[in-house]
Design a protein around this ligand. Structure first.
Ligand code: ATP
Ligand code: ATP
Ligand code: MG
Ligand code: MG
Length: 878
């Protein structure tokens, strides 16, 4: 077996609209192509031995053991690799369920599709699955040690990529609310929503969190002063910078017990509490010094540690934090009890689980000593032995929810204090013996205010009710159930995507919105080019969707991007499919036009149920997409008598129709005429039917997004695609006595489209200069010849300079063959050199004629035309 290619999909795709995270592995089974699993001796047994948990895979039989049954009866290796890759991820703690395997048109080569949670882990699992299966084929087994290593590696990849617990809670809540999120490329920034409506977060700081508030909170001494000045209870204390000042400081706070801590520390680093002697104080000073220059010395207050979380001015959760401890059972030593506690599957390393494993530090031993223990002591049953002085979850502490117990006065005080500090999200550390009584009654203090407080203790307390604090954050960032998105209009089709995308963007600009759009020639925001190049894939979509100035996104969505990595967004508001015609077949395992239609249909399907799929009613493959999408349907048609559209409108649907020379929106009993085609420059005076179709699609897409008819009309009448913007796209030149047209039509459907324009040229003779890239199939050249015979009065057949491996003259012969098949009396000649051919056509052009050039080099053709003297770009240009 050999892996030919691995692709990572990240959005709605050919295989699934809903499952975005898929690995597609192109796998050559090589010598296994002929052998289903039942014909490989010992394979079934070897597989069951290596991965007994495959028993849990139902597969097509639909019951436990279903998949293994298939292996026993005989299934192809690609299918087995799929299941193994899924199971490996499962064993590493990543729950994935989706997989598909299909044979390609190349015998023995399969596409194996597997779901992933982490990209790298997904690719790893794919490779490991191939390795595992190959080993069982070759040796009857896969070594246990290797499997264990695979799973460890997968777990590592998963852990490294996982978000912190607070961020995790936030993105989960976002997903629940249909708010799209993306991780930006730096500083763990999370973007919620799109474009102008996006919000950002980093851990639990938002784009609204003020820098002044954060800096104040991070300076514990300054915070205490501001709070004291406001009458809030804070620990009595002082700040020192030298050991020499320690003694005096201790006196100032009223002697032992005291607390020594760095003035800008966090996570309990460098803090010593309940200091009762000079020796301890000196050691504590040194420890704090490791973290900060300035050292806080303050009175030690008796009580339990509470964290009060305030979001958007309201207390949303209260947790009591209990320091790491064990409870005696009268039999085990403290050391054993710690080990036992750490066995709890809820305890992980760092922040990756609800709780963190208990680790002892220098203070722990002192603490034990004070309680009269060593690690080998056996505490009596039920007796609590504390192992850490402070209650941070990250040092093994646990949390008890106390949200329902806090006294209203404390709520009021906490909310007031957070306003004073100036934070939108803050956590107050309060030491009190009883949070259900007002602070002043219990001699309680507010120890500090935290910016970016962790959410773990609230969303997953070890005791009590979990609180959806991420929900409160979302309510603040996206009030009134806003989804934070912007309208997304996605355009696909075999031909006309760029034109329609540009036109649609132009129409939308009439609403005074900032439109971001992507096309084959570049990415634009408003009038400006952001980046040039073929930008029809997901990365370019991201540029637009991540841009905080963009109010509407119009995205040309080409097949290449969908195949390579899926769509660059989750759902669009409008998905436009213009047409499906043979082009690029045989590339990327898309071999038939129906497969191509399935691929393009992703754009129609990845639309919100309340959005619209704008479909070409005149193209049966496109019209059929109506069956597959959950969105509303809007049809456009060049045929005013279209039965499909008549029915659709009768049932209350909306459509755009070309009727009596007008582009019109038809809805219910009403026909809203937008404009006469001949007044729309893009349609070349109404003579280019395919441009009328593109304009109908754009108008309809805008209409279903509530752009007004007046705005659509204004857009259609003012849209001009200049030669400089779209070279080779229907560029028409007026040479005084005759016209010349340069177009880069490159597939039969676009020749056909071009033909429909040329046929409408009724003032004079039509001369064609035709040819095409040598890597097209023979039959494509014949088709081109046939179409040419149909369209032109006189044909000059030429070839590209670069024949792309074809022998000189062969393409020309095939075209000629097509011409004569259709009409043996056709007038034509062959001039293989493109420059000579073009010059010949321009030389011979009679008055009022049209010379149509399908060049290899658009620039050269335009230059040759311009050499002819007075040239005016017609209709389109400006
Ligand atoms: P975190 O990042 O977890 O909030 P931190 O490093 O910022 O911790 P503090 O919040 O200042 O440190 O102190 C940690 C804990 O130590 C407090 O939550 C409290 O339980 C205890 N503590 C700190 N100062 C005092 C004090 N003066 N009296 C009693 N306990 C205190
Ligand atoms: P690409 O795949 O190269 O990006 P595209 O789909 O973006 O192409 P355009 O650049 O808009 O298409 O148009 C390319 C050519 O396709 C035009 O010059 C014209 O010859 C032809 N064309 C445009 N619209 C249509 C249509 N609706 N039907 C058939 N052919 C069309
Ligand atoms: Mg604290
Ligand atoms: Mg394009």
């Amino acid at each position: 077996m050999r892996i030919l290619k691995i692709q990572t999909l990240r959005g709605p795709n050919y295989w699934s609209i809903r499952r975005h995270k898929l690995i597609v592995m192109r796998l050559d089974l090589e010598n296994l192509a002929e052998n289903p699993s039942n014909e490989i001796p010992g394979f079934y047994e070897g597989l069951v031995e290596a991965l007994p948990s495959l028993e849990g895979h139902y597969c097509s039989p639909g019951c436990r053991g279903g998949f293994l049954m298939r292996v026993k009866e005989g299934t192809m290796m690609g299918h087995i690799v799929e299941h193994v890759a899924l199971e490996l991820q499962e064993l590493a703690g990543m729950s994935v369920g989706f997989g598909r395997t299909r044979e390609t048109a190349t015998p023995g080569v399969f596409q194996v599709v597997i779901e992933y949670l982490n990209e790298e882990a997904g690719r790893y699992a794919g490779r490991a699955a191939v390795r595992l299966c190959q080993s069982i084929v070759d040796r009857g087994r896969y070594p246990k040690a290797e499997l264990e290593q695979d799973i460890l590696d997968l777990k590592d990849l998963w852990r490294e990529s996982s978000l912190g617990p607070s961020t995790e809670a936030i993105v989960k809540e976002a997903e629940k609310r249909g708010i799209p999120w993306t991780q930006l490329s730096a500083r763990f920034l999370i973007q919620l929503g799109y474009g102008v409506n996006q919000k950002r977060m980093q851990a639990t700081m938002t784009n609204k969190t003020g820098i002044l508030g954060v800096e104040l909170a991070c300076d514990k001494e300054a915070t205490k002063r501001i709070l004291a000045a406001a009458g809030a209870p804070v620990p009595r204390g002082t700040v020192i910078n030298f050991l020499d000042d320690l003694e005096e400081a201790i006196e100032y706070v009223g002697s032992y017990p005291i607390v020594i801590k760095p003035s800008d520390g966090n996570h309990g680093r460098g803090i010593t509490i309940d200091i009762r002697s000079w020796d301890e104080a000196e050691a504590a000073y040194e420890a704090a010094r490791q973290v900060s220059r300035s050292i806080i010395v303050e009175r030690y207050y008796l009580g339990r540690d509470h964290r009060v979380l305030v979001v958007d001015g309201k207390v949303v959760a209260v947790a009591e934090r209990v320091p790491a401890h064990i409870v005696g059972n009268g039999r085990s030593t403290i050391g054993d009890l710690i080990a036992e506690t750490n066995q709890d599957p809820n305890r992980g390393d760092g922040h990756d689980k609800i709780l963190t494993k208990i680790e002892l530090d220098r203070n722990s031993y002192q603490l034990l000593e004070r309680q009269g223990y060593t690690l080998n002591s056996v505490p009596p049953k039920g007796v609590i032995c504390y192992l850490r002085a402070t209650a941070n979850l990250s040092t093994g502490g646990s949390a008890i929810d106390r949200t329902d117990e806090i006294h209203p006065e404390n709520v009021w005080l906490a909310q007031r204090i957070v306003k004073i500090i100036g934070l939108d999200i803050a956590g107050l550390d309060i030491v009190t013996t009883d949070i259900s009584r007002p602070l002043r009654e219990t001699d309680a203090v507010i120890v500090e205010v935290n910016a970016a407080p962790g959410f773990r203790m609230h969303v997953a307390p070890s005791q009590g009710t979990p609180r959806n604090v991420a929900g409160s954050v979302m309510d603040m960032l996206f009030p009134n159930e806003q989804s934070g998105t912007i309208p997304i209009l996605s355009v696909t089709g075999t031909n006309g995507k760029t034109t329609t995308t540009r036109l649609l963007a132009h129409i939308y600009k009439q609403t005074d919105k900032v439109v971001g759009y992507t096309t084959t020639d570049g990415t634009y925001i408003g009038e400006y080019l952001v980046e040039s190049g073929d930008n029809t894939g997901p990365q370019s979509a991201h540029v637009i969707l991540e841009d905080p100035t963009v109010e509407v996104a119009v995205l040309e969505t080409a097949r290449g991007g969908i195949l390579r990595s899926g769509l660059g967004f989750e759902m669009a508001n409008v998905g436009v499919v213009l047409n499906v015609a043979a082009d690029h077949l045989g590339i990327g395992d898309i071999d038939t036009i129906d497969q191509l239609a399935n691929l393009k249909s992703v754009v129609a399907e990845a639309v919100f149920p309340d959005g619209y799929a704008v479909l070409n009613a005149d193209d049966h493959r496109v019209a059929a997409m109506a069956e597959k999408t959950k969105a509303n349907i809007a049809y456009f048609t060049m045929n005013p008598d279209s039965e499909l559209v008549r029915k659709h409108v009768q049932q209350g649907g909306v459509a755009a129709v070309y009727e009596n020379g007008y582009l019109s929106i038809v809805k219910g009993d009403w026909t809203h005429r937008i404009e006469r085609a001949e007044n729309i420059p893009l349609t070349m005076g109404g003579r280019a039917p395919f441009m009328i179709a593109n304009a109908l699609a754009a108008a309809l897409a805008a209409f279903v997004q509530n752009v007004t008819i007046e705005q659509i009309r204004a857009g259609l009448k003012t849209f001009r695609a200049s030669v400089s913007q779209t070279p080779g796209r229907m560029n028409l030149f007026n040479l005084g006595k005759y016209h010349a047209l340069v177009d880069y039509a490159h597939n039969p459907a676009s020749y056909e489209a071009l033909g429909s324009f040329v046929r409408n040229w009724t003032t004079g003779e039509r001369i064609g200069v035709v040819g095409g890239p040598g890597d097209r199939r023979d039959e494509d050249f014949v088709t081109l010849g046939k179409l040419s015979a149909d369209i032109f009065d006189y044909i000059i057949v030429k070839e590209d300079d670069d024949t792309r491996g074809r022998s000189r003259g062969s393409a020309s012969d095939l075209i000629t063959k097509g011409i004569t098949e259709v009409n043996p009396d056709s007038r034509y000649e062959s001039i293989l050199d493109e420059t000579a051919a073009i010059n010949q056509a321009l030389d011979m052009a009679p008055d009022n004629s049209l010379v149509v050039i399908l060049p290899e080099s658009v620039n050269r053709a335009i230059k040759l035309i311009k050499l002819r003297g007075l040239v005016k770009e017609e209709v389109q240009p400006q």
